[in-house]
Design a protein around this ligand. Structure first.
Ligand code: ZN
Ligand code: ZN
Length: 380
């Protein structure tokens, strides 16, 4: 069948909107007609060549839609079912999966990196008959695509599909970072750097875990009202104030005669944007025994220059985190149930719907830090 897709052909060049040929689903694969796909910062990193990946590729990894067809042997879903799509498909057989850490499955990682489906082949070809790669088993910037059966998550039909799309990346990443990786307890203090889709979900999870105080930090002062709505107790405009100083003084730090501050700092400091400068600030914002958590992807050519002398002396920890350390097929349905109570405020998180043809404008808006909340691509 013919599909329309935004194709990445060269790093740091615009997406090209193309008509592609999509082969039908093979054994244990599902054809999904997409309705919504979120634009994640990782998509922007791929576009800019900041995450190395094999091209040409159809990216977009935060998608939801309706099952249009199923291949032989599929039992999980049927035509007409609503589904979200996950970009991490645990193989169930690798050491990480056996240890219950399917979010860092190594068994399917080769196919993930090569942009193939689980049998090592692609279902997409361009006008010249050349193979086009799948982005993270999802390829959400296309009108329809073929997904491994284990990559689809059934969604209730009374749950809005635009919100179901967010269950594929920013919601589990943000939530899992707070509830699994950090395991924040009531009364713990926290700071969140970068209020994109993941950062806002980190904030929401901190609020529902009764962290206090919760500092939200961003370079865009206009994000203050959204930060407070999502649960921040303090907002710091990083373009106007030094957040480290503000946080230290607000958490028991004492200013010395030379202007330095002794003590203070939060229990948990999250850096959700993948920016080396913010990572350094997140590090210094944490107090003695503090944990610094990085769920964001940092561009491969931007090292973070952290002086670590105090890491052992203050017994700090730096924690990496992929996909919120979730168990995909258990936690996404659970979070979906929670989202239906409106506590996650996903209706407020989605602030704009755009058409696939506008995707280069959306990337430009992300570059200019004009995106507040999550923008989702809407398909007919
Ligand atoms: Zn993402
Ligand atoms: Zn595995």
């Amino acid at each position: 069948m013919k599909i329309k897709a935004a194709v990445l052909r060269e790093p740091n060049k615009p997406y090209t909107i193309e008509e592609l040929e999509l082969d039908p689903p093979k054994e244990r694969e599902v054809l999904v007609r997409y309705k919504y796909t979120g634009y994640c910062r990782s998509d922007y990193h791929l576009l800019k060549g900041e995450i190395p990946i094999m091209l040409p590729l159809v990216a977009g990894h935060e998608a939801a839609g309706i099952v249009e067809d199923v291949g032989p042997g599929v039992t999980k879903v049927k035509k007409g079912d609503h589904v979200g799509v996950t970009w991490m498909i645990p193989c169930g057989k690798c050491p990480q999966c056996y240890r219950g850490k399917g979010n860092i499955c190594s068994g399917n990682f080769g196919a993930f990196l090569e942009g193939m489906l689980l049998d090592g082949t692609s279902r997409m070809r361009d006008k010249e008959g050349k193979m086009v790669r799948h982005g993270n088993f999802v390829s959400g910037f296309s009108t329809a695509n073929v997904i491994p059966e284990d990559g689809v998550i059934p969604m209730p039909k009374d749950f809005p599909l635009e919100q179901a799309a967010l269950m594929g990346c920013c919601v589990p990443t943000g939530w899992g970072t707070v509830c699994n990786t950090a395991n924040v307890q009531p009364g713990d203090s926290a700071a969140v750097y970068g209020l994109g889709g993941v950062g806002l979900n980190v904030l929401r999870a901190l609020a529902l875990r009764h962290a206090y105080p919760i500092f939200a930090i961003d370079l865009e002062g206009s994000k203050k009202s959204m930060a407070m709505e999502f649960g921040a107790t303090h907002f710091i405009d990083n373009s106007k104030e030094d957040p480290v100083r503000v946080i230290q003084l607000a958490t028991g730090g004492v200013e010395m005669p030379d202007g330095t501050i002794m003590g203070g700092g939060v229990d948990y400091s999250f850096e959700a944007i993948g920016d080396p400068g913010a990572q350094i600030q997140a590090y210094w914002s944490s107090g003695i025994g503090g944990k610094i958590v990085f769920p964001g992807i940092t561009p491969h050519d931007q090292p973070t220059n952290l002086p670590l002398m105090l890491l052992p002396l203050h017994q700090k920890s730096i924690l990496g985190n992929l996909y919120g350390a979730i168990s995909t097929h258990i936690d996404i349905p659970r979070m979906t149930q929670l989202a239906k109570t409106h506590d996650l405020k996903l209706d407020k998180l989605i602030t704009k719907k755009f058409k696939l043809e506008e995707i280069n404008d959306v990337a430009e808006a992300m570059e200019k830090r004009q995106i507040k909340g999550r923008w989702v691509c809407e398909f007919d």
